[in-house]
Write a protein that binds this ligand. Structure first.
Ligand code: G6P
Length: 485
């Protein structure tokens, strides 16, 4: 098959994601500039995009920004415009105040608004139209995440010639929770427009297949769902399967070996007063991450005298996220009150209990923080995967450091044994593990870290995208699809 020329017949690989892999900024003269954003997905897909003449359809992150498609980072970038009202209803509303909490075990109560649903449908259609316009005959389109679950169906309706993949980066909830959604059937049908639906864990794929069985009368067999054709006979197969995502492990490993990063790690420890134990938490400021549970446990350990503020400290990076959504505003308030209380009560001059940083940092600084940390605390209440856990391991070529990892992360399914697993709801259990992590024998640390590194250095993000795309490419193109034009 010939490779299509850009701008002529379209692109052979089209990625559709809520966000473009670049951040836009307006220059002093009102001109628009862009910068590559540090996301993992773009790192994963860049090589395949370059090789396949790829296009990436996504939102710029700003309201009302209309921009022609342009070439950058070896691919075509196709901006989708969202109005301020659509950002409120589709992004902040339906995506992040309905689906996000619903898919994360209703840790926060989901809000169901019909106008938000209308906007979600309308915006999904816009993404689907843009992708249909870019895709070459018989192209592969890979749609990403919960913001765009209707796109596979919308795309198939317009372009039956395409191979369509979908990857859900977050958990897929049990049908007992998913069933709350007034538009549950439309979401399932939207996803079933794909040929392959990828999930982080086997459990997520199984939840989806159960939802299909409960909410439709399509036949399922193991991971395969058979869609009826126009006459109601068995037609196309859809495969729902786990493809656990990873990171660019080598890049983190190499970064953490550079003298700059190593020196910076020493400097960070010195700035913290060279305590015996540096605990580290790194999260988007999100209620799914268990930040409050972690701080509660940490504060109680100081109170009990099992941790000493002159000998241990907790660095908590909480990067700003979704700041217009009420649940995130409430969370910030609660976390900051809690941090203030613990620091006020247990801090001493020159010894803060918690160093709380409401910022995001570039990868170099993150790698230095990972190297500076004796214990990494990942205590999410629910998390599709958790890439921070993987980054910590990739940075630790010294085979030191202990990963404390919540059972409720996709990473726990993949990485055990190796991390110290915790149930973040069990504050007493978590306290014991936080203490045990700091006193773990270096030999035991090395044994666990080696095992973790063997896994993470081999199963990197390139392998993830290759395995998804190879399952997708094995799908038979639909026989009925007529060439366009
Ligand atoms: C999660 C989601 C992504 C999302 C990211 C940041 O990882 O799975 O789809 O892009 O959070 O959230 P934001 O709302 O800022 O895009």
């Amino acid at each position: 098959r010939c490779r299509s020329l850009p701008g002529k017949d379209g692109y052979d690989l089209v990625v559709v994601a809520n966000r473009l892999p670049v951040d836009f900024s307006v220059g002093p003269a009102g001109d628009l500039a862009w910068q590559r954003s540090p996301g993992g997905l773009v790192t994963a897909l860049e090589p395949v995009m370059r090789a396949a003449q790829g296009a990436w359809v996504g939102w710029s992150g700003a309201p009302d920004l209309a921009h022609e498609p342009f070439d950058a980072e070896g691919m075509r970038l196709v901006p989708v415009t969202l109005s301020a009202d659509e950002i409120e209803r589709y992004y902040e509303g339906f995506s992040n105040d309905t689906l996000w909490p619903l898919y994360h075990d209703v840790i926060a109560p989901p809000t169901y608004h019909r106008q938000w649903w209308d906007a979600y449908r309308r915006v999904n259609q816009r993404f689907a139209d843009a992708a249909a316009e870019q895709a070459a005959q018989g192209a592969t389109v890979w749609v990403h995440d919960y913001q765009l679950q209707l796109v596979p169906r919308m795309l198939r309706d317009q372009r039956p010639d395409l191979r369509i993949g979908f990857f859900d980066h977050i958990p897929f909830p049990p049908v007992e929770l998913f069933g709350q959604l007034p538009w549950r059937r439309q979401i399932v049908d939207g996803l079933l427009g794909a040929d392959v639906i990828g999930f982080q864990r086997n459990g997520d794929a199984a939840n989806f297949v159960r939802a299909v069985r409960r909410l439709t009368d399509y036949a399922t067999r193991g991971p395969v769902i058979t869609m009826p054709d126009a006459e109601g006979r068995p037609g196309r197969h859809v495969r729902a399967q786990a493809f656990p995502i990873s990171i660019d492990s080598r890049r983190f490993d190499e970064l953490a070996r550079t003298p700059e990063v190593q020196n910076r790690a020493k400097e960070i420890r010195a700035d913290l007063g060279n305590p015996e134990t540096v605990y580290l938490g790194v999260d988007r400021l999100d209620y799914t991450k268990g930040i409050r549970h972690r701080i509660k446990a940490y504060g109680e350990l100081l109170e009990d005298g099992r941790l000493d503020v002159t000998r241990a400290t907790l660095v908590q990076v909480a990067s700003p996220s979704r700041e217009n959504v009420g649940a995130y505003q409430d969370l910030r308030e609660h976390v900051e009150i809690l941090v203030g209380r613990v620091n006020g009560e247990f801090g001493e001059l020159g010894h803060s209990a918690i160093h709380y940083l409401h910022h995001s940092y570039p990868p170099e600084e993150m790698a230095a923080l990972y190297l500076a940390a004796d214990v990494m605390l990942v205590t999410a209440l629910r998390d599709g995967m958790n890439l921070v856990a993987k980054e910590y391991v990739a940075a630790r070529s010294d085979e030191r450091g202990v990963l404390v990892l919540s059972e409720f992360t996709g990473a726990a399914d993949e990485l055990s044994p190796g991390p110290l697993l915790v149930n973040p709801h069990d504050i007493d259990g978590m306290k014991d593990i936080i203490v045990a992590a700091a006193t773990m024998d270096p030999k035991e640390q090395r044994r666990r870290m080696r095992r973790l590194r063997r896994k993470i250095m081999t199963d990197d993000v390139a392998k993830w995208s290759e395995s998804f795309l190879s399952v997708l490419s094995a799908v038979q193109p639909p026989a009925s699809a007529e060439p366009r034009g």
